[in-house]
Design a binder for this molecule. Sequence first.
Ligand SMILES: Cc1cc2nc3c(=O)[nH]c(=O)nc-3n(C[C@H](O)[C@H](O)[C@H](O)COP(=O)(O)O)c2cc1C
Length: 318
Amino acid sequence: MLGIKYPIIGGTMMHLSRPDFVAAISDSGCLGILASAIYLDKESFRDAIRKIRRKTDKPFGVNLNMFPTRKKLDNNVYIDVILEEGVPVVETSGHKAPEEYVDRLKSGGVKLIHKCVGVKYAKKAESLGVDVITVVGYENGGATGMLDITTLCLVPRVVDNVDIPVIGGGGVADGRGMAAILSLGADGVIMGTRLLTAEECPLHPRIKQKLIEASELDTMLVLRSLGNTHRVWKNKAAQITAEMEQRGATLEELLKVISGDQTKRLYFEGNLDVGLLPCGQGVGLVREIKPVREIISEIIEEFNEAVGRLNALFETIC
Ligand SMILES: Cc1cc2nc3c(=O)[nH]c(=O)nc-3n(C[C@H](O)[C@H](O)[C@H](O)COP(=O)(O)O)c2cc1C
């Protein structure tokens, strides 16, 4: 349906999912997704889409952000450009279903994926006419929602409750994870954390190095007090955020630590202690900095090995 070789979606990453990185993911046979919310005007967004097209002739997607944000260009402006430029796939994600966008996107021939964290949200999106549901469990990097359902339980529950294809993720960081998600009945997987240390990811090398040294214990949940729970890398800023939430800090107070400007200091200046970095428990499985293409071929190889092991086991059992 999406025209990709491997059933792997490179998860949208705010500030990071820029043209070179997105194109590298798509060019490796997966679906790269551009984060529209990075772009604060129509023309720079259009330039980003064209840049992806210059780098790859493979399909890619654009994410429409429906999470609460401060600086916000109306999503309809991005949709104008998406339709004008013939972007083949759109992913919506956020705290609500994409009701107001479905008709425009679908009548423009766009394949629409909606990402969510629970069965009821998946069913709602299906009823609106989206083509594909992505669900991510509690271990995932970034928004975890309020339901706290693990990937192992969430994926089959959603598979059983919708009739459209399902992409599963949250903690998928190698081919074993991919085999597991597909065994649960999903049609594809989504990965964010694993790709953070890809060479093409514009994250500062010092942060990438810290991530490959990290274990599955090095993430934590923050921002639940704002109803916007995120799993992030356990740095000083994340710990300060949790302490501030514990003593009832307001949004204005929290913004001094959690704003996008702080995040950019972490991402692009390599300042370890400031800003929040969404990061999943799968970080414990990430061991090397290497190009996206190599990451994907390694994952496919591991996937084949995992399936081979299951086949051998099947022969023994049955
Ligand atoms: C650094 C980072 C930033 C992210 N930013 C966004 C975002 O802006 N919008 C979104 O829908 N998901 C975002 N996510 C979530 C990913 O798209 C994806 O759903 C998630 O990473 C999958 O779980 P995993 O990290 O366990 O692989 C982000 C994830 C990471 C790691």
